[in-house]
Design a protein around this ligand. Structure first.
Ligand code: HEM
Length: 215
């Protein structure tokens, strides 16, 4: 135990727009997953009454997630201008950082060690977070949104759909990416509990401020 417990120090890690985006997005994605399960497996699952109401809720959540994604993107690209700095791993991250971070999550964490990465507002994510969040926010989320927009507008956008390989391929791609989001949710929430206390990483996602861990 460190002797610095009496005066706690905090850093402002997560600005308000990111927090608002994150929780709207989380609620939206969870809603999309649950309604999506009914839409994909209607013979086994009926949570929202009729098939039609599941689709209506799925579309509403989809539009909400799409708009909040656009706001998130504009915020990081235009207002903060640090999207790539925060989200793209550097050479060291790829060569060493990821390895160290994986070793920490699988081994040193359980030995009571502390993370090799210390978050600051300019370097918020550890190498594993960068890779996961970059893949998610700059590839999977835009792809699932685009495929969703096409599936929602089959008639007016049919030319585009044909160019992209047809409706079957599109629906399969949409479902496959959705499965990635479903799997991500569990890993994301588990890893989020691996701060120096189980709720340490949840706090900055709620009020912006993270407590600095003393050694
Ligand atoms: C109920 C569901 C969710 C919970 C409880 C949750 C929890 C958290 C927590 C505690 C953090 C801050 C610590 C960390 O970075 O690990 C965080 C950050 C983040 N989460 Fe989630 N999350 C959820 C859903 C999602 C979903 C569905 C996505 C994306 C599709 C997502 C993407 C992110 C991103 C990109 C960050 C970093 C945000 C930033 O500071 O720029 N989360 N989440």
């Amino acid at each position: 135990m460190s002797g610095h417990n009496e005066h706690k120090e905090f850093i402002y890690l997560t600005p308000m727009p990111v927090r608002i985006w994150h929780w709207i997005n989380a609620l939206g994605i969870v809603t999309l997953c649950i309604t999506g399960i009914q839409i994909r497996f209607p013979e086994y699952v009926n949570i929202f009454g009729t098939y039609k109401s599941a689709i209506r809720l799925h579309n509403t959540a989809g539009v909400t997630v799409s708009i909040s994604y656009a706001v998130w993107l504009c915020y990081y690209l235009i207002i903060k201008g640090n999207l790539f700095k925060l989200y793209v791993p550097n050479v060291y991250d790829i060569k060493m950082g990821i390895f160290k971070q994986v070793l920490y999550y699988f081994y040193y964490f359980f030995k009571g060690g502390s993370s090799p990465h210390h978050a600051t507002p300019d370097d918020k994510f550890n190498p594993m977070q960068k890779v996961a969040y970059m893949g998610l926010m700059l590839a999977l989320l835009p792809l699932v949104i685009l495929s969703g927009i096409l599936i929602m507008n089959v008639a007016p956008l049919r030319e585009w759909i044909i160019v992209l390989g047809g409706i079957k391929l599109l629906v399969s791609a949409h479902f496959l990416i959705a499965c990635c989001f479903f799997a991500f949710l569990f890993v994301h929430i588990y890893l989020a509990t691996m701060g120096h206390t189980p709720l340490a990483h949840f706090k900055p996602m709620w009020d912006g401020w993270e407590e600095i861990e003393h050694h």
